[in-house]
Structure formats: structure tokens, C-alpha cells
Design a protein around this ligand. Structure first.
Ligand code: PGA
Length: 251
């Protein structure tokens, strides 16, 4: 595992965007695994700026997102389909048909979950997976207790995740109760993983990833077994484990 300590969220956003741009330049047909949430927003803004200034092209890139809420139509303002369009896809030259998210409105959700894993495989698997982390250590919507062997599946969201995401909805009641998410085994199949961790609220989860027992109770600890994991984390996320920006740590 490689850990890059950065000063703050801005630097995290720049460094993570650089990692994505490098991947896209090295392999213009790369398959990217993308995440939603607050953490990668700055990453996406940097990709958009780079596209405007340097004309990096995404014409042959394919993307797979980690998850989608169950019951939200893709045009729903809080759907992850919509998040990705607004915050990234609409500003790149990526063909819409190369961007994939699970369909949270599928009539047979289990079948949709299976289809999604097969679709990823049929595109040759994910080269670089971007991940955020939940305060409880979740990755994607894999909540504590999710088997490490899980493929894409339907989950019931925990109260803490629904509360954390309520900021995007007009009330907690509107936050969906279920989601469809790539499983931990599906995520671990990515050739490279880039985990982004920012802010004090994530410091316990980061501590568990770095030093805790590898346990299904903290889903992100599975990542310690990944052969090509890079973590970019800011100083605030290292609360109680003081680190200085610029440090590159190999574990
Ligand atoms: P955040 O969410 O980036 O909005 O903090 C991350 C996550 O819950 O996986």
C-alpha cells in the first residue's frame, strides 16, 4: 500500500485528478471506476479544468460507478446518474453510452446487480477504481457486516449513512432506504484502487484501514489485501496519527 499525505482537500483533489489523467493518457481506452459523494467533487472539478486547458480526451474511456439509490429515476436530482452528469460527464467528451451506473429502478434488482458485474467483466474489468470512505468504514454502499465475498447487490442503508447523505435531500425521510452497490469482491477486482480520505470525520475509518483488524465490520479494511492500493489522505484525516504533508509512506 502506498499512502500520500497531503495538506488539505484542495491538494487531495489535485493529486487524485493527476492520477486519473495519467491513467487516461497511458491508456486512452481505460476503464475507470468512479465514486460519488463530497470527497471526489474537487477531483472532478480538476478533471474538468484540465479538459478545458489541456484538452485531455475521454472519447474511448469507459466508466462504471459504484452505486445508485434504489427507487430514484436517473433524472431525479438526487440520483447518482444526475450527480455524475452534472459534476463530470457533461463537461468531458466522454460518450454517454460509455458511462455506466447500476439502475436503481430496475424491476428485478437482483438481476440488475448480476448484469452489472457481468457488464464490468465484459469491458475487461476496472483499471483504476476511485473510492471514498464512510465514517463507519463503508466503501460504495457496503455497510459494516457486508461479506468480503459480495458481488454487486442490494443493501439496506444504515441510519448513519442516511443521516450523512440527508444533506443532499430536503429531509431525512426522502433519503432512500436501499441502494444497489458494487460488492466488496467486485471492488477488489479493480487492478488499481485509489482511496481518498479527507477530514477529521474520517480519521477513525482511516485509522482502521491502516492499523485495525481486517474485518467485515469495517468494510474498507478489505482494501489492505489489495495488491495495488494507493491512499491519498489529508492531514485532518490523520488526526491522532500526526503526519506531514508531502510524506509518501509505503506499508
Ligand atoms: P463523502 O462520502 O465523500 O460524501 O464523505 C463518502 C462515502 O460515504 O463513501
Amino acid at each position: 500500500m502506498k499512502i500520500l499525505v497531503v495538506k488539505n482537500k484542495d491538494e487531495l483533489s489535485r493529486k487524485s485528478a493527476e492520477a486519473i489523467i495519467d491513467t487516461v493518457k497511458q491508456n486512452p481506452s481505460a476503464v475507470l471506476g468512479l465514486a460519488t459523494g463530497g470527497t471526489p467533487l474537487g477531483t472532478y472539478q480538476n478533471l474538468i479544468r484540465d479538459r478545458q486547458e489541456n484538452k485531455t480526451t475521454y472519447q474511448r474511456i469507459t466508466t462504471f460507478n459504484l452505486d445508485e439509490y434504489v427507487g430514484l429515476d436517473e433524472s431525479h436530482p438526487n440520483s447518482y446518474h444526475q450527480y455524475m452528469r452534472t459534476n463530470l460527464f457533461d463537461h468531458l467528451d466522454i460518450p454517454r453510452e460509455n458511462t455506466f451506473l447500476p439502475d436503481g429502478t430496475a424491476s428485478d434488482l437482483e438481476r440488475e446487480a448480476n448484469r452489472y458485474d457481468k457488464l464490468i467483466e465484459s469491458r475487461g474489468g476496472i483499471h483504476l477504481q476511485i473510492l471514498g470512505i464512510g465514517e463507519n468504514g463503508h466503501i460504495g454502499f457496503n455497510e459494516p457486516g457486508t461479506p468480503f465475498s459480495s458481488q454487486t447487490h442490494i443493501v439496506e442503508l444504515t441510519e448513519s449513512t442516511r443521516k450523512a447523505n440527508a444533506r443532499y435531500f430536503s429531509s431525512l425521510d426522502e433519503v432512500p432506504t436501499h441502494a444497489i452497490t458494487m460488492g466488496i469482491a467486485s471492488i477488489m477486482k479493480a487492478k488499481k484502487i485509489l482511496l481518498l480520505v479527507s477530514g477529521e470525520k474520517k480519521s477513525q475509518a482511516l485509522y482502521e484501514v491502516l492499523h485495525g483488524n481486517i474485518t467485515e465490520q469495517v468494510p474498507a479494511t478489505a482494501l489492505r489485501n489489495h495488491p495495488a492500493l494507493t491512499i491519498i489522505a489529508d492531514e485532518a484525516a490523520f488526526q491522532n496519527m500526526p503526519r506531514q504533508a508531502g510524506q509518501l509512506i509505503f506499508q
